[in-house]
Design a protein around this ligand. Structure first.
Ligand code: UD1
Ligand code: CA
Length: 463
């Protein structure tokens, strides 16, 4: 079927008043997360892409908490005090909907339905009700789609109300439907609750419409996964894995090389250049940018990180709120904490921790070191075991390290401190005051050699 142009005045109603008792949790069900975002936020995001006039969210249990969690969104909150059924829930929203609009009903706990499927449903609903159905291997628990001899929809029968024969029907009600507001206003108030659950069933309005000579259009979801709902943690996990798989496959299609789609978790927004490689067990959170030809090694966790072109993040590294310049090398086993900036060509090696530190162009901090509150120039070389002592127990102090500085291994740099360009700090030094440009600073006990000294053991033998 061809549909052109945007439908007139679409409004969306999202149902989320259910308590979700099977989640075994105090958190309202729609606030449980997929990829670090509440289920409801996923649904609202998809709804927004339909460009509706308004989005109404029906809340009950934990309503205030839900509103607070989605306070950034422009939605109309509707309260359903008692959960008397899906039909009753939609009824609460109807007064707020502007006349002549088409209304799309979504579920706050069904987050994976693609935009294209919803667009198709809305297109079908321009003249009358339209329902999204799905064919399931195991339709147990769902409302079944009852059709007549020529295949036209007769109505939806809930599993609990269905006969043995009806329970053999594999086509189910996804719950997602759309219709002109006039149809909701005509049929929904007439839906009763004389059924097994004594609830006002939303799909019953379709049966009423058919009885009065209206036809109800249906469209079949492309797969079961599109309409996967969350009632318990097993289903939540299934939705999470499906969401992650979809994201990873999208990246593969856009040219990102991913070692294993089932071992990459993206909980936020990932932007990639060309030729990016991501190895197994990588977790990317918040906003992550990976430039051209960057590579992320196995078991790395990156949160709000920008990695410029040609940089290699070696395995087991943890980066948070960090900017890594071009052609850098990080890790394995590096921990870059918030405020770390690596300029082009810098190297930070194993068991190095950095925090609020700029590592200048081409500088190297290769082993077993802590660099905090530090401003380091270009071409510096920081030996193994160097520690910036940035904290006196009360305040944090800065260490400034100039271009081309060499710090020997096992040095202790007591901040506030300034080590000027090209200076050299001898290994094992404790530095507490300024080292001038090109100076050598040595601060350690001078070596004494005692000649003819006997080891304790050897002396004892002679006795
Ligand atoms: C519903 C459908 C069923 C369909 C299934 C698909 C009805 C009567 N049944 O059944 O045909 O196969 O979804 O998953 O519609 N809600 C409210 N207020 C209420 C009741 C529910 O907001 O008073 C919300 C829930 O938060 C949830 C959604 O509506 O997001 C569906 O409710 P739920 O109780 O899960 O319906 P099902 O019994 O699964
Ligand atoms: Ca359900």
């Amino acid at each position: 079927m061809e549909h052109t142009g945007k439908p007139q005045a679409l409004e969306v109603v999202i149902l989320g008043a259910g308590k979700g008792s099977r989640m075994q949790s105090d958190l309202p069900k729609v606030l449980h997360t997929v990829a670090d975002r509440p289920l409801l936020e996923h649904v609202v995001n998809t709804a927004q892409q339909l460009d509706p006039l308004a989005i109404h969210v029906v809340l009950g249990h934990g309503g205030e908490q839900v509103k607070a969690a989605l306070s950034n969104y422009d939605v109309n909150w509707v309260v359903q005090d008692r959960q008397l059924g899906t039909g009753h829930a939609v009824l609460q929203a109807l007064p707020a909907i502007s006349p002549h609009s088409v209304v799309l009903v979504l579920y706050g706990d069904v987050p994976l339905t693609p935009l294209s499927t919803l667009q198709q449903l809305v297109a079908l609903a321009q003249e009358g009700p339209a329902l999204l159905t799905a064919k399931l291997q195991d339709p147990q628990g769902y409302g079944r789609i009852v059709r007549d001899a020529v295949g036209a929809l007769v109505g939806v029968v809930e599993h609990k109300d269905a006969s043995a024969q009806e329970r053999r029907i594999s086509e189910i009600n996804t719950g997602l439907l759309a219709a002109p507001l006039a149809d909701f206003n005509t049929y929904l108030p007439r839906v009763g609750n004389s059924n097994q659950q004594q609830e006002y069933y939303l799909p019953d309005m379709l049966g009423l419409a058919v009885q009065e000579g209206k036809s109800v259009a249906t469209c079949l979801a492309r797969s079961e996964l599109e309409v996967l709902g969350v009632n318990d943690r097993v289903q939540l996990n299934r939705v999470e894995r499906e969401f992650q798989r979809l994201q990873a496959e999208g990246l593969l299609r856009s040219g990102v090389n991913i070692a294993d789609v089932s071992r990459l978790d993206i909980r936020g927004t990932l932007t990639c250049g060309n030729g990016v490689f991501i190895d197994v067990n990588v977790v990317l959170e918040g906003d992550v940018f990976l430039g051209d030809r960057t590579s992320i090694g196995a078991n790395c966790v990156l949160r709000n990180v920008r990695v410029e072109r040609d940089t290699l993040i070696h395995p087991m590294s943890h980066l948070e709120e960090v900017e890594v310049g071009a052609a850098c090398n990080v890790g394995p086993f590096a921990r870059l904490r918030p405020g770390t900036v690596l300029q082009a060509g810098a190297r930070v090696g194993n068991f190095v921790e950095t925090k609020k530190a700029t590592i200048g162009e081409g500088s190297k901090v290769n082993h077993l070191t802590y660099i905090g509150d530090c401003d380091m120039g270009a071409g510096a070389n920081i030996g193994a075991g160097t520690i910036t002592c940035n904290y006196d127990g009360v305040n944090k102090h800065k260490t400034k390290i100039g271009d081309g500085v060499f710090v020997g291994s096992n040095s202790t740099l007591v901040a506030p401190l300034n080590i000027e360009a090209e200076a050299f700090v001898a290994a094992g030094s404790t530095i507490t005051s300024t080292v001038g440009e090109k100076d050598l600073a040595v601060s350690r006990a001078r070596q004494r050699n005692i000649q003819g000294w006997c080891r304790p053991g050897e002396k004892n033998k002679k006795d």
